[in-house]
Design a protein around this ligand. Structure first.
Ligand code: HSE
Length: 298
């Protein structure tokens, strides 16, 4: 028995929702193949695309799979093949896609003994190894799809949020690497009360905007005053790109996860495509190679 999986890229934070909000991109993702074996244990038998460790205890997909395997104790083993398309360190949930894919695949082969929250729990073990922190804002949308909110990690509680019908994401991935652990280390551990008030007002409003398909409210609510001011220095042309994208009609623009990818949300595919052209235009001034994508949020 074997199962082939598309494990999607995801955008964490969505501007103001640091460590809690995320959404799933349906056009970018890794492919994985999980095979049931009579020999017990977990093995990674193939990795294509990027140079990642085959040692199960050093690989995000392996760590997550092993944590789940040791608890479920099935009477079989699994081989994992990873066809990595999402570049590690790109800010669109590369490690989460690997972690989510392995637990999702094993669960499917075993006849779905675990629910999606339980899968996210095991996937977090791999994510924690990669980013040195147990957050689930990329994992939850990779496993549940659409928009998600991580209400808490201990105990793990995930809320599924609705996606307005006409909402599109445009993404630019500049080919520089930012390690999540380093981007997290840049953040201060104390927050000014005035910043906190702005941030939680924005998160509440953004969630309300998603529930009511209120595009104007979404537009007014994405601003992140907690992480972006510190992290944007790591991303060349960030301010220029953001200003140009908003001028072109995007609802909002922010760092995707811990960067370097930047995403914009737009109402309608036409605007999302114009935003893509603008992103291309701004970044073609630089000598950094980049890729852009437009994706419906599903
Ligand atoms: N919420 C995380 C961060 C996402 O911004 O550090 C990156 O994995």
């Amino acid at each position: 028995t074997a199962i082939k999986i598309f494990s999607p890229a995801t955008v964490a934070n969505v501007g103001c929702g640091f460590d809690v909000l995320g959404f799933c991109l349906d056009t970018i993702g890794d492919e994985m193949l999980i095979r049931k074996t009579t020999a017990k244990g977990i093995k990674i038998t193939k990795i294509e695309g990027f140079d990642l460790p085959y040692d199960v205890k050093e690989n995000v997909a392996g760590i997550s799979a092993l944590a789940m395997y040791e608890d479920l104790k099935p009477n079989c083993g699994f081989e994992i093949e990873i066809y990595k398309k999402i570049k590690p360190g790109s800010g669109i949930g590369s490690s989460s896609a690997s972690a989510a894919g392995s637990v999702f695949g094993i669960n499917a082969i075993l006849g779905f003994p675990l629910n999606k929250t339980e899968l996210t729990f095991y996937a977090m073990k791999g994510e924690a190894f990669a980013s040195k922190s147990e957050h689930a804002d990329n994992l939850a949308p990779a496993i549940f799809g659409g928009f998600t909110l991580v209400k808490s990690t201990h105990p793990l509680r995930i809320l599924e949020l609705p996606t307005p019908k006409n909402l599109y994401a445009t993404l630019i991935h500049p080919q520089i690497e930012i390690k999540t652990s380093e981007a997290r280390a840049l953040l201060p551990d104390k927050l000014k009360l005035s910043s906190a008030i702005r941030q939680w007002a924005n998160i509440g409003s953004l969630v309300h905007g998603l529930h009511t398909s209120d595009y104007e409210l979404i537009k007014e609510s994405m601003t992140d005053v907690v992480a972006e001011p510190y992290r944007k220095e790591l991303i060349p042309y960030f301010d220029k790109l953001k200003a140009a994208v908003l001028k072109a009609g995007a609802l909002g623009c922010a760092i995707s996860g811990s960067g370097p990818s930047i995403f914009a949300l737009s109402k309608g595919k036409k605007t999302a495509k114009i935003v893509e052209q603008v992103m291309n235009h701004v970044y073609s001034e630089s000598d950094i190679p980049f890729e852009t994508y437009v994706s419906k949020i599903n």
